[in-house]
Design a protein. Structure first.
Length: 683
């Protein structure tokens, strides 16, 4: 174990991967891991892995169920074949890295431990190290012994440093399902598009051939269906995950972010990241070079800024949560503002045809469900449940006019009182997907269709976004005697397993990290932000505001810049960084070039002696930027201290084609004349 009590897995120095368990907000056994790769291209990608398990024999009714059967494909003899899987677990991966493969210089065996269902550790002894290290053998050596657990790979976007490892996973019999954003289907399909937009052509690489099993809609919850032939209503055949997908185009059209509600952790992929953090300074292979946020000719800064505004709104809503509800606002207000967040800040951006549309939940139309769905047992069961819910409308309840204060959106977290309810998300009419659980129809703007009421906690709810169905009773009944339970200790994590008592089953169902972290009235921990490079645990709100402000200063020519080598298509590229601080230090600045095997655009500005002295003298301040204020806080985090603001401007740098920056100036700043000779602020 390391000094923090985390398992080190006995990884030899020759292995190009490192792994650590992620510990946030007092959670010490999260079954969530950061895997870092030392690759030949100088990318050092972050790969996130989370082990998710199916609920107990009695399905927890408060889980969201993804609307599609996930199916697995694996590469065998050059052909893709369906491979049904029956595992009760799934390892959810965020990206798969650069596909590094290195011979193992050691043939030792190690006595290891691996995670089990309850988040604890079980023994797995005398396992031999593989002959070759790649992402598949590394996972099998550490958290997936024997490759028994299938993989669900969420690709944050299609660039090579995020997808090349998929080819290694497909080379085994372990089932692998790939999830991608439905926002830009044609950007990555057919294969020729993937080969081009993955940037593999620029490095003479062949993009892996894989089939996307899930085209994820915006604001959809993810669950894994291990068996193809399972009933659509047999939720026990699905493995729920805490992940919500957010479409965040900008870096690329297919970029997505995800939110882990257990850890309250948001990953923004390559949308942005700090140029260096303690993670990069303290790597097992030594300090890594500072890394700029990269844009290329496929990037759109207007979309990028709109995505940041959307994610910022998403984060601010969750930073206001108190024991599952927001402070000072009704659920209706939260829902309305959350839905508007999918369209960006209209005070800052003009609405245009490219604006992101809400692909969230829509109401299930009972009439359509009975007339357009395949006749099978699962649908009959579903229709029967919906009919029961409709006939229960006459049950005693509060007036419908009072329901607005309890309105529940399709992507708000369920409260304790709602744990007997199940939400059935569906696809919208604009979706590229075909629903396989029940057909859907977009609800009219005026509210629910007649005869299809949606239910709140204890009352009718005219919410046009989703239909809540009680599986156990035809109508949720008020519980007047319910009292909030006293909060558990801050660091308490339930680890019960194999207990025959009914209480142990309840503990397994309610082992959610959020439930064990906050009391009914105390603020929940602030959302943290991670990324596909360098960044693991920034305060999400601070980081989003800082990066948005940094790029705005870039567009306004307020950040020093320097020209770097042209891009692979001959495009003129520049690097913007406050480390290029003044003309008096220009003589000390130099562009450092990576080895010939490195990525073609991988350049960064080395620190001048003066800048290095400032950084060393203010090292504590740098750590504060990375932590982003981990102490308790509320709302928008105003007044967090001048030190964070002083150092935030040094936390980012941007490398981009000049034409992308010029297009951003035109569209975001409404400038009529773009720069033609070179950016201002040149040192």
């Amino acid at each position: 174990m390391d000094g923090a009590g985390r398992h080190t897995f006995g990884i030899p120095a020759s292995c190009p991967f490192a792994i650590q368990e992620i510990r946030l907000n007092g959670i010490t056994k999260s079954s969530t891991y950061l895997i870092r790769e030392r690759d030949e291209y100088g990318e050092y990608p972050h790969i996130y892995a989370k082990i998710c398990s199916a609920p107990g024999s009695s399905t927890s009714p408060n889980e969201y169920v993804y609307r599609h059967y996930s199916y697995s494909r694996y590469l065998k003899g050059g052909d893709f074949e369906n491979k049904p899987e029956t595992s009760s677990k799934v390892i959810v991966l965020s990206d798969s890295g650069c596909g590094s493969e290195v011979p193992n210089a050691s043939s030792a065996t190690s006595s290891l431990s691996y995670p089990v269902d309850d988040g604890g550790q079980g023994p797995y002894t005398n396992r031999a190290q593989p002959d070759v290290w790649n992402i598949r053998t590394f996972l099998e050596y550490t958290i997936n012994p024997g490759g028994r657990i299938p993989y669900l790979v969420m690709t944050t976007h299609c660039h090579y440093d995020h997808i090349m490892g998929i080819g290694k996973l497909l080379s085994s019999s372990t089932a692998t399902t790939v999830l991608s954003s439905s926002h830009a289907y044609s950007f990555v399909s057919p294969y020729a598009q993937l080969q081009n937009h993955s940037l593999c052509n620029t490095l003479n690489l062949n993009a892996p051939k894989y089939d996307v099993g899930i085209w994820a809609d915006d604001l959809s919850r993810v669950a894994y269906s291990p068996r193809l032939g399972s009933s659509a209503l047999s939720v026990g055949n699905r493995i729920p995950t805490p992940f919500t997908i957010l479409h965040t185009p900008g870096h690329t059209p297919d970029s997505l972010s995800w939110y882990d509600s257990d850890l309250r952790l948001l990953c923004v992929g390559d949308s942005f990241y700090a140029k260096e953090t303690s993670t990069t300074r303290d790597g097992k292979w030594g300090r890594e070079p500072a890394m700029p946020v990269m844009f290329n000719l496929d990037s759109d800064l207007t979309e990028w800024r709109r995505s940041l505004d959307k994610v910022l709104q998403f984060v601010r809503e969750r930073n206001k949560e108190v024991g599952g509800a927001a402070q000072g606002e009704s659920e209706e207000e939260i829902g309305e503002r959350s839905r508007s967040a999918t369209h960006g800040h209209k005070s800052d951006l003009k609405k245009d045809d490219g604006e992101i549309e809400d692909e969230g939940f829509v109401l299930i139309d009972v009439g359509n469900a009975t007339g357009e769905t395949d006749a099978n047992d699962s649908l009959a069961t579903k229709t029967k449940q919906l009919s029961l819910a409709s006939t229960a409308a006459a049950a005693p309840t509060k007036p419908a006019t009072a329901a607005k204060s309890q309105k529940q959106t399709g992507f708000d977290s369920l409260t304790r009182a709602q744990k007997s309810l199940a939400a059935w998300p569906t696809t919208s009419t604009n979706s590229l997907l075909t629903p396989t659980i029940v057909p859907t129809a977009a609800a009219p703007k005026g509210g629910c269709p007649p005869g299809a009421p949606a239910f709140g906690v204890n009352k009718l709810n005219p919410d046009p976004w989703m239909l809540v169905v009680n599986r156990d009773e035809p109508f949720p009944r008020p519980n007047a005697s319910a009292r909030p339970r006293p909060p558990p200790p801050q660091n308490q994590v339930t680890t019960t397993q194999n207990s025959s008592s009914s209480s142990s089953h309840v503990q397994r169902q309610h082992k959610s990290s959020r439930a064990s972290l906050a009391s009914h009235n105390a603020p929940l921990p602030r959302i943290k932000l991670c990324a596909a490079h360098t960044t693991l645990s920034l305060d999400a709100e601070h980081a989003l505001v800082s990066m948005r402000g940094f790029l705005l200063r870039v567009l306004k020519d307020e950040v020093p810049c320097q020209r770097v080598e042209d891009g692979p298509h001959g495009e003129e590229r520049w690097l913007w960084d406050f480390a290029i601080s003044s003309s008096s230090e220009a003589a000390d600045m130099r562009m450092r070039r990576l080895p010939p095997t490195a990525r073609t655009w991988a350049y960064w500005v080395a620190e001048s002696p003066a800048e290095q002295a400032r950084r060393e003298a203010q090292n504590t301040g740098d750590r504060d930027v990375e932590r982003g204020g981990q102490g308790p806080g509320r709302g928008h985090g105003h007044g967090q201290g001048r030190r964070h603001q002083d150092h935030a401007k040094h936390a980012f740098s941007v490398l981009a084609p000049l034409r992308v920056i010029e297009a951003g100036r035109k569209q975001i700043l409404n400038l009529k004349h773009a720069v033609t000779t070179g950016p201002a602020g040149v040192v």
